[in-house]
Design a protein around this ligand. Sequence first.
Ligand code: CAA
Length: 431
Amino acid sequence: MRAASSTAAGLGGAPVPARAEARVGIDAIGVAVPRRYLDLEDLARARGIDPAKYTHGLGALEMAIAEPGEDTVSLAAAAGRRALEIARLDPRDLGLLVVGTETGVDHSKPVASFVHGLLELPRTMRVYDTQHACYGGTAGLMTAVEWIASGAAGGRSALVICADIARYGVATAGEPTQGAGAVAMIVGAEPALLELDIGVAGTCSSHVHDFWRPLGQREAQVDGHYSIECYLDAVATAYRGWKARAAARELVRTGAPAGEQLAAICYHVPFCKMARKAHTRVRRCDLEDSAAPWDASVEELRAATSFQEQVEPSLGLCARIGNVYTGSLYLGLAGLLHARGAELARRRIGLFSYGSGCTSEFFSGVVGARAAERIAAARLDELLAARERISIDEYHRIMALAPGAPLGEPPVPGGFRFTGVEDHRRRYVGA
Ligand code: CAA
């Protein structure tokens, strides 16, 4: 284990004291998205709804549309390949592959197993999926971080991939909050993007039916407004748990709102407005926990400014890709570093992961000094620019395809595609 650099800085640029602890976190991010997207104004018009409901009411501009050839495996493998290339990591230095997903392709064989084969990773690795709705990727990330910090990794790194296809079905209330994609993270020592505050997290879980997907169903069941309440209850408890631990470790000053001491906060983003609601709740926790009186109308103004500064920069990719379930928080992180990586260097940020059902975690980390340069290698603008906007008719045609009916197109360079089932085995091709 190496001591942290004493030059690293934390809250609002204040120096973070040197620690004799492992420096572990996210070293590189690779993103993969379907090649098609639907403009949400087109969807609103087709449904006879004011487009402002989607663009302003939900904060959603576009959503990724996956066809059966772009399944969870092919998206996960493409993102994983990109992350490995960006980190320039020899696959022989990997000891763990975890895929967090709630839209796997088999009841037994994990997505991670397919990805392991497609990327030709070493036989000597641990390989498995983690599932708890949208929290599955965070479960994988925490496992990887703690595995490395404990010394059990023996110097090896981990590949953690969050991959999902969010599907609610045509003409449902959830329809404008669909999306698809994968975010792959190389987790290792001395990370370039984000060093996590190990052991400084708040968690909250409870048995609720806010969102679920019964076996055999492609579309999620959701109690939409109740799911928002469950998320907000969870963020309040998880945030307070993080705050107590952060204060005990002297990562935040007591006597000042802890949330305001974070340079930015990334939330799980089922739709962008949810991040605004979550941020308002986090601020409310700080106000309730402080002895000082507060004025609701002043707070409303302050919350709007704080949202613009601390949260909005993380929403650029989410607004154009939609919900990626397990990947949404990390799409937010990628978007934040893409937009503000240079100015956030060496500053502490917060992250909130929510999985319906439910479980959740608020945690934090310090952005790396080279984060802007490292995230630039993910070429996020190019990734979005290469997509094709489809018509509402084409969207309906794709939504009506059977899960085993890929369009038969070749993969994009660096990508993979599901080509169909032969002898009960799913087949893939890479380019
Ligand atoms: N112009 C501007 N805004 C408008 C508008 C207009 N013309 N018309 C409506 N709005 C606003 C509404 O005021 C509302 O804003 P507020 O929430 O700030 O009040 C917003 O648009 C949405 O309107 P409705 O609540 O009427 O929308 P709805 O009932 O049709 O559906 C939804 C919204 C419940 C989120 C639905 O899309 C849904 O069920 N989505 C899936 C579930 C989901 O994402 N839950 C989030 C928490 S669970 C989670 O995070 C896990 C996960 O990933 C699924």
